[in-house]
Design a protein around this ligand. Sequence first.
Ligand code: ADP
Ligand code: MG
Ligand code: ZN
Length: 472
Amino acid sequence: MQYEPVIGLEVHLQLSTRTKAFCGCRISFGERPNSQTCPVCLGLPGALPVLNEKAFGYATKVALALGCEIQGFVKFDRKNYYYPDLPKNFQISQYDKPLAYNGRVSLPAKTIRIKRVHLEEDAGKLLHEGLDGASRVDYNRAGIPLLEIVTEPDIASPQEAYDYLTKLKAILEYLDVSLCDMEKGSLRCDANISTRPKGESSLGPKVEVKNMNTFKGVRDALEYEASRQLEVVNSQESTVQETRLWDAQKRVTISMRSKEEAHDYRYFPEPDLVPFVADRQSIEAVRRSLPELPEARLKRLRERFGLSEYDAGVLVSDKAMADYFEECAGLYDKSKALVNWIMGEILNRINLKKTGIREAAPPVKDLVELLKMIDSGEISQKTAKDVLTEMADSRQGPRSIVKAKGISQISGRQELEDAVAMVLEKNKKSLDDYKAGKKNAFTYLVGQVMKETGGRANPRLVNEILKRSLGR
Ligand code: ADP
Ligand code: MG
Ligand code: ZN
């Protein structure tokens, strides 16, 4: 029998509001533990929550950008469980009436349906390391607004899960509502996966995999889990519903607990927050204020600058990169050359330095100046690469670097003619070879001229002068 994996993802997104979801505590990372807390987020008796309007606005923005319908009637529920990172012993969440439902994220070959988007609050953070078996808890994170974005089980492979996450993150970055940094925990992903016979429409028991901290980690964990489940069903046994943890070092998933059911959480309406009806006009106002999203930008960049689907796709997937490109393109009209530099040298530096484009690349006006210096023949392509590195590291403009290093391109005809003459003098053998019909002797001679000039000769001119000297 042939089997196939079925995957659904739950993404938790920390919203970057100034204050927490239900109290006025500042959201600020790296502060002294428990310094960003108050009676509300510590769950002290008598303290009452109030919904942060901004968090609700951000949530609405995301829901609309994902094409969701917005639930008119907004209510919150208590999800009850006992754990030391949860001071109230319940999490304020939304159960039967999520903020929004029925959305979609389009991938090139497929659409992934969004089942629901709801607003809840984050828990505190337990610290275990270096404490001799003891644990500590920091409640600074407790009460930060979290948006949960849940897909239908529409995802058919680990790679498709990766593509969905990449696309979702791009959309979220354009909305500017979260830091969206999985490694720092502002974006988290739990992956649900089951296995069923190909062609079957009902679902097998689902395994929820947690504890991945990169998109690649999600893909790896799903690859592992898909083959583990395949082995189980191939040996005529059945998989069981459970929660498993991804161990990134050992590259395996480990069973953590058999999965709890919704009724274990004893959900009930949060009595301290009054339900309300979201006002249609303000929702429409949010819709009108949505920024240009990746898909629309891709289309615009292709039309306006004649970029290929691939080039535009890479640029748009990183908002900062697309912004950088557009700022440069406003000052420099050879967009293909510009894209090649950004997707070549600059993207290499981004990957190498693991920073954003603004740190990895020179300021816009300096890059443009560098490209214009190449065009005018002042420096060679090759020199320009070195100058670019120097520019990005030292934050100096290209002109002062070229001047300081004496690496401007030699385009003076006389100087190059002298260099060619000298090379021909020194390489009589190659000259004879050339005359005897060995065409690659020509390439060798060009190389010698480049060497003679420390790589600074204008190659086009060298070719021209050499051809003439050889009577070609
Ligand atoms: P729960 O209430 O346990 O969180 P949901 O039905 O809300 O379960 O689903 C959570 C996530 O798991 C969703 O992304 C959904 O698409 C996915 N999912 C549900 N059942 C399965 C299954 N059998 N196999 C794979 N994914 C599933
Ligand atoms: Mg769930
Ligand atoms: Zn607080």
